[in-house]
Design a protein around this ligand. Structure first.
Ligand code: 13P
Length: 337
């Protein structure tokens, strides 16, 4: 086992802590900014992320931040690189290294993730810029006759190639196979697809010699499709844990969930319900994008004058999810804070 990789992976899921996913691609961040009527310029993107990274006390709840290629090269208004702003606060910088999804050949309604070409060289560069961990997202869609095993296989193969390359270069891979919430499917269908997906992913990780002790898994929770209904936290926790106990080896130091379109409090309540059923073989934490940022983005509204309000909204969600890490969150905590 590579002790250095294991140490980073464990630090990312230290007690009470989780990850902020702030690695929206230029297209995705534009969508988020459109929703608050803010033009997505390089300066506004920097200002927004600088606001999040300078929230004092965040380091008690946030172990690491996933950055986008543009952000890892940007400088804060005080002249420090944004990477240094995070390091000075005791937060580890990470980097999204996939290049997004594209249509899967021969299966028009499924996706595969690009970005393996030149990946080793990019990892070397990102390591030089301070990245300690990386992320690659594969997307699995539930629909009529999909996902196909073919789609699970090619996405798992790419995830494992990425993860092996990361470990070769001393970077902890976050392996993210996301089964989308889009659609009207049942929670049982999500359970089956998530189990098959993770089974296929761990098969490939094993085949490609990825050390499980030196990685983190970033999956969806087992939930019904968005167009179907919302499940209770107890139902989500039971389904998710039954599924994960079957297919996620105990050697994996941590599971860091994505929020995937759950609303802020829902994502916190579900994580809390899962941890209330602990201890588990792995740390169970968060790597939320929208569920950590939605309130902060709204409070900021594109204006530096609102930076304090944005930071306060972000800190509140970070603290609520930190409580959920211990299974100590309650609806009352939302109001008491
Ligand atoms: P969400 O929590 O908004 O799903 O984002 C997490 C992420 O990094 C998706 O790749």
């Amino acid at each position: 086992m590579d002790a250095a990789l294991n140490e980073i992976a464990r630090a990312l899921v230290a007690p009470g802590k989780g990850i902020l996913a702030a690695d929206e691609s230029s297209g995705t961040i534009k969508k988020r900014f459109d929703a608050i009527g803010t033009e997505s310029t390089e300066d506004r993107r920097r200002a927004y992320r600088e606001m999040l990274f300078t929230a004092k006390g965040a380091e008690e709840c946030i172990s690491g931040v996933i950055l986008y290629d543009e952000t890892i090269r940007q400088t804060a208004s005080d002249g420090r690189p944004l990477v240094k702003v995070l390091e000075d606060a005791g937060i580890m910088p990470g980097i999204k290294v996939d290049k997004g999804t594209t249509k899967l050949a021969k299966s028009p309604h499924e996706l595969v993730t690009d970005g393996l070409d030149g990946l080793r060289e990019r990892l070397v560069e990102y390591r030089g810029l301070g990245a300690k961990f990386a992320k690659w997202r594969a997307v699995i869609t539930i629909g009529d006759g999909i996902p196909t095993q073919y789609c699970l296989d090619v996405n798992a193969h790419a995830l494992a190639r990425y993860a092996a390359l990361c470990q070769d270069e001393g970077i902890v891979p976050i392996v993210e196979p996301e089964v989308l919430m889009d659609g009207g499917h049942t929670i049982e269908r999500c359970f089956d697809v998530t189990r098959d997906t993770l089974h296929t992913v761990f098969d490939e990780l094993f085949a490609q010699q990825v050390e499980l002790e030196g990685m983190l898994l970033k999956p969806n929770m087992v939930v019904p499709g968005k167009a179907n209904r919302t499940a209770s936290p107890d139902e989500v926790a039971d389904a998710t844990l039954t599924c994960f106990r079957e297919v996620v080896p105990a050697a994996v130091p941590g599971i860091v969930f994505l929020s995937g379109g759950q609303d802020d409090v829902e994502a916190t309540a579900n994580l809390d319900a899962i941890n209330k059923r602990g201890p588990h073989p792995w740390e169970v934490s968060f790597s939320y994008g929208r569920a950590l940022q939605a309130a902060a983005l709204k409070a900021w509204g594109g204006s530096d004058a609102n930076a304090d309000a944005g930071r306060a909204a972000f800190l509140h969600r970070a603290k609520m999810n930190s409580l959920a890490r211990y299974g100590k969150w309650s609806p009352d905590a939302e109001n008491a804070a």
